[in-house]
Design a protein around this ligand. Structure first.
Ligand code: MUC
Ligand code: MG
Length: 371
């Protein structure tokens, strides 16, 4: 079966967050979703989404550059050509456009949605088949204030929403960060898994001082403590401590994942569809990691519902040793789906309908779309 894309439309959709989300590189008060709709011959449509975090502070693409890459460069490459699946799609995009994996991820997602609808199967089936239909979801405490984070964590646990948490640190001094993280961990309790994400803010000597202190306080997973290019020291940290080192910014696609594994890394990889160029491309990194004995974590680029559900279809085909953080839609004040995703009891359910299994409310889309 081949699909021919006849038209590609995109929108920048700004949705406020429920509270400021403070990370080492930026504090976010609003998320911009780059929404893509492809219309195919025969009347089939497909939806995709790309997000980044804080403009250009997280990755090499901004929402505006993603939209330009889509409209100006990728759309003309793809329209009017019959495509039989995600591999010919990726080959065509990669032959004409270097990098720009966030924009390519939105298009691969939309193409998978349309193909799933045309074949009458969920995207997870196209990606190998779901091994699980509910996926665990942690929550990130990142209000920027220790007491607020403790109250938020306790409330979410009491409501039965989340039992596992991530903390964003790295913006303050090491002393302040340690006090913040260890106070939250102590307040939430021994049983509650808490990990920290430093978003590359430390140098090696800071990491060597910080990790033993975090371990002593019961925090035993550390995400991207140092610069993503400092591969040698990331490998060293992963081998040195009885902690799980989670590589995020350091691994994007299969190639970077292979290079880090070959260098001797022994932690886990945060998978993100945007870093790899789409759900199918992210699975290539996952399979390389698994072959190398490296753990898997379903990561988010703080996507809205479409990017989140696309990721869930991919993650559902894997054995995720470290769970997921697919809470993006819960951080946003609103959604552009007709029916929101079903989050409950620290998990989210994988929609079972054809394609992504979700419907977009086009009135809401145009309400929130940047004019
Ligand atoms: C990141 O670096 O992991 C994911 C969850 C969250 O709170 O921030 C993001 C980015
Ligand atoms: Mg991270």
């Amino acid at each position: 079966m081949a699909l021919t894309i006849e038209n590609i439309s995109s929108w920048l959709v700004d949705i406020p967050t429920i509270r400021p989300h403070k990370m080492s590189m930026v504090t976010m008060g609003c998320q911009t979703l780059v929404i893509v709709k492809i219309s195919c011959a025969g009347g089939i449509t497909g939806w995709g989404e790309a997000t980044t975090i804080g403009g250009l502070s997280y990755g090499p693409e901004s929402p505006e550059s993603i939209k330009i890459a889509l409209d100006r460069y990728l759309a003309p490459l793809l329209t009017g050509i019959p495509l039989t699946g995600v591999e010919p799609l990726a080959a065509r995009m990669n032959a004409g456009v270097r990098g720009n994996t966030f924009a390519k991820s939105a298009l691969e997602t939309a193409f998978l949605d349309a193909t799933g609808k045309a074949c009458g199967v969920p995207v997870s089936t196209l990606l190998g088949g779901a091994r699980q239909h509910r996926l665990p979801v942690l929550w990130t405490l990142a209000s920027g204030e220790t007491d607020k984070d403790i109250d938020e964590g306790r409330r979410l646990m009491a409501e039965g929403r989340h039992q596992r948490f991530k903390l964003k640190i790295g913006a303050r001094s090491l002393q302040e960060d340690l006090k913040h993280a260890l106070s939250i961990k102590a307040a939430l309790g021994e049983e509650v898994a808490v990990h920290v994400d430093v978003n590359q803010a430390w140098d090696m000597s800071t990491a060597l001082r910080a990790i033993p202190a975090l371990l002593a306080g019961g925090i035993n997973m550390i995400e991207q403590p140092i610069d993503c290019h400092d591969r040698r020291n990331l490998v060293d940290l992963s081998q040195r401590f009885n902690a799980t080192l989670l590589a995020d910014e350091a691994v994007t696609d299969g190639q970077s994942g292979f290079a880090l594994a070959r260098a001797g890394f022994v932690g886990a990889y945060a998978l993100k569809i945007a870093k790899a160029g789409g759900p199918a491309q992210a699975l290539k990194l996952a399979h390389i990691a698994s072959a190398a004995g490296i753990g898997l974590y379903g990561g988010t680029m703080l996507e809205g519902a479409i990017g989140t559900v696309a990721s869930l279809h991919a993650w559902s085909t894997l054995d995720l040793t470290e769970g997921t953080e697919m809470f993006g839609p819960l951080l946003l004040k609103d959604d552009i789906l007709t029916h929101p995703l079903d989050f409950s009891k620290g998990s989210v359910s994988l929609p079972s309908g054809p394609g992504l299994g979700v419907d977009v409310d086009e009135e809401k889309l145009s309400y929130y779309a940047r004019k």
